[in-house]
Write a protein of this length. Structure first.
Length: 292
């Protein structure tokens, strides 16, 4: 798959959103874990049920490596199972990699995820842009030769992000410098829809930042993160899309996966609440974004 496939799945579903399966243990419905079942197994089963319920509504799914790794030895087995289930259900599958600090570990991660053995099968991978170009480069051969997608993080949505990411460095903000770096790597990997297979992750709580990124980098596909955070909404996220409703996808986590908690139900309707929340997000986004 490639960024073109993600864009096509968004267009077909008329839904420019993605569900993030990074859950807390308390997000599982009460009593969901069976007697004798490990936390990792319950977590994986919950994710697979969500994937089944949201099939055909949400076109893409994001799965966090760390969210499964912290569950212990069985967690990585469940991660593989969830990734395989997502692909089998027709989703575009994005894996959020653990934080990578060195070129050596970048190469090891690229080979493990996209190499011959495909330990963690996925279409795209999220990494951080901030360690610099030598940590990005090991992934680029797979982007070019296997049509995989890379999403380096350039700006996050947490409250303290501006402490570093919005500082001035010369005439640019720090996250702007990160976007410049990422944009250079995408120039040789433009897909049929006009967007590079090296995209970027950007926080969804700054309309100005999203407008600037969209205007300055017309070939950069943007993953808008953390629509669940306060201060982020569909109107702000719409700044990341081009006039055809292309070039971006909005990622939501607990507002969908733990919708039963937000609705203050007993949790027995967790799948129905997740579907309703996904439909609401789609409706909110398409008030401002028309996907052609």
């Amino acid at each position: 798959m490639s960024m073109d496939v993600l864009q096509e799945k968004i267009r077909k579903a008329k839904n420019p959103s993605m569900v993030d399966l990074a859950l807390k243990a308390s997000d599982l419905a009460p009593g969901f874990q069976l007697e004798g079942e490990s936390s990792a197994a319950a977590y994986g089963r919950f994710c697979r049920e969500l994937l089944g319920a949201l099939k055909g509504i949400v076109p893409a799914v994001r799965v966090g490596f760390t969210a499964f790794a912290v569950l212990g030895p069985d967690g990585l087995h469940e991660l593989q199972s969830v990734l395989e289930a997502a692909a089998a259900n027709g989703y575009y599958v994005l894996l959020e990699a653990p934080y990578i600090l060195s070129p050596m570990m970048a190469q090891a991660t690229a080979d493990a995820v996209w190499g011959d053995h495909m330990l963690f099968p996925c279409d795209g991978l999220i990494i951080s842009a901030y360690p610099g170009s030598d940590v990005l480069k090991p992934f680029l051969p797979y982007v070019k030769d296997k049509k995989k997608d890379l999403f380096p993080v350039v700006r996050t949505s947490n409250k303290s992000a501006p402490e570093i990411q919005d500082l001035l460095t010369g005439t640019r903000l720090v996250h702007g410098a990160a976007a410049d770096l990422v944009n250079r790597f995408g120039a040789d990997n433009i897909g049929k829809t006009g967007y590079a297979r090296v995209g970027a992750v950007a926080g969804g709580n700054s309309a100005e930042s999203l407008r600037n990124l969209r205007m300055k980098y017309p070939r950069l596909f943007l993953l808008i993160d953390d629509v669940d955070y306060s201060g982020c909404n569909a109107k702000i996220c719409s700044n990341a899309f081009d006039r055809f409703g292309h070039g971006a996808v909005v990622c939501a986590g607990p507002t969908i996966t733990a919708a039963w908690k937000l609705a203050e139900t007993d949790g027995t309707d967790y799948l129905e609440q997740a579907v309703s929340a996904a439909e609401r997000l789609k409706k909110n986004l398409t008030r401002y974004v028309t996907v052609l």
